[in-house]
Design a protein around this ligand. Structure first.
Ligand code: HEM
Ligand code: CA
Ligand code: CA
Length: 302
């Protein structure tokens, strides 16, 4: 079972090494921290936090990576997960799971990005398979209804208030134009603030952005690299980028929490901590299920 300090005997320095690596990477490439937060979501929602997300497509076609899903658009920095894993392997070979690296790197990233300090249990094990086919049924799309979003989160034990808090992760990072243009062209979505729409049109000047061109807008212009309640202020001002962001502010089930989080950053941080714990503890592999991967990209060879 998951517990605090699972590696205290087997690898007492594990959490320190991960934190050190995450901090070093953050100072070199700040957006790595943003990636670790999104990785937690995309891994944990698909089956469990079991590093299924990190498996790469096998050359012989036996395994398709979840990273190839349309839902994974814009995900980046996977190569630096290997940097973290390598540092941990050097200290304690075959001991610390890639799944725990996903969880702890997200925890450390959240604190580097000005979010709360979160107590996080460890002891997760790594999946022996990828769930590429299931990704689209589990991770909501940017234009899904709030009902779909709430039921997907509820299915893994995440209540409405925690769901609203988790979306606050969109207080950092970026959105590619492909996920935005349907709100701008041929006519501007009337729920979007007109001045903000003009800004977004400058960022995304054509209705059919080349998927390979790196055209994007930042989620939060005021504090783009800080996990704060500015996200909720933005969506109340109709400056949310994704349709789900905008809907969160108006749906009667979520709007009261949005209002409270916009008013009180500390309350947001408390709920965000609680929600990240729920997300990170969903359905873990335990006992002898799964394995401890040597390289997060590949299954161990027996
Ligand atoms: C209804 C649920 C959600 C939907 C539909 C959704 C969708 C998206 C989309 C479409 C993007 C933009 C990707 C791109 O164009 O580059 C994005 C970015 C991001 N999402 Fe979510 N998301 C959801 C929930 C979450 C949650 C729960 C978290 C974490 C707790 C999260 C963390 C992030 C982060 C950090 C980014 C920025 C990534 C970057 O800049 O590299 N999202 N999300
Ligand atoms: Ca997973
Ligand atoms: Ca922010």
């Amino acid at each position: 079972q998951l517990q605090l300090n699972y590696y205290s005997k087997s690898c007492p320095k594990a959490e320190d090494i991960i934190k050190q690596q995450v901090t070093q990477l953050y100072h070199k490439h700040g957006n790595t921290a943003v990636s670790w937060v999104r990785n937690l979501f995309h891994d944990c929602v698909v089956q469990s936090c079991d590093a299924s997300l990190l498996l790469e497509t096998a050359r012989d076609g036996t395994l398709v990576s979840e990273q190839t899903s349309e839902r994974s658009i814009g995900m980046r920095n996977f190569k630096y997960v290997n940097t973290i894993k390598a540092a941990v392997e050097e200290e304690c070979p075959f001991t610390v799971s890639c799944a725990d690296i996903i969880a702890l790197s997200a925890r450390d990233a959240i604190s580097l990005l000005g979010g709360p300090s979160i107590e996080m249990k460890t002891g997760r094990r790594d999946s022996k398979q990828s769930y590429a086919k299931e990704v689209e049924d589990l991770i909501p799309n940017h234009n899904d209804s709030i009902s779909v979003v709430l039921s997907r989160f509820q299915a893994i034990g995440i209540d409405v208030e925690a769901t609203v808090a988790l979306l606050g992760a969109h207080s950092v990072g970026r959105v590619h134009c492909v996920n935005l243009v349907h709100r701008l062209y041929p006519t501007v979505d009337t729920t979007l603030d007109p001045a903000h729409a003009e800004y977004l049109k400058r960022r995304c000047p054509t209705p059919n952005p080349d998927p390979k061109a790196v055209l994007y807008s930042r989620n939060d212009l005021k504090t783009p690299m800080i996990i704060d309640n500015n996200y909720y202020k933005n969506i109340l001002e109709h400056k949310g980028l994704l349709l789900v962001d905008q809907e969160l502010a108006t749906d009667s089930r979520t709007a009261p929490y949005v209002q409270n989080m916009a008013n009180d950053n500390q309350y947001f941080h408390q709920q965000f901590s609680r929600a990240v714990q729920l997300l990170s503890e969903t359905n873990p592999l335990s006992g002898d299920q799964g394995e401890i991967r040597k390289d997060c990209r590949y299954l161990n060879v027996d």
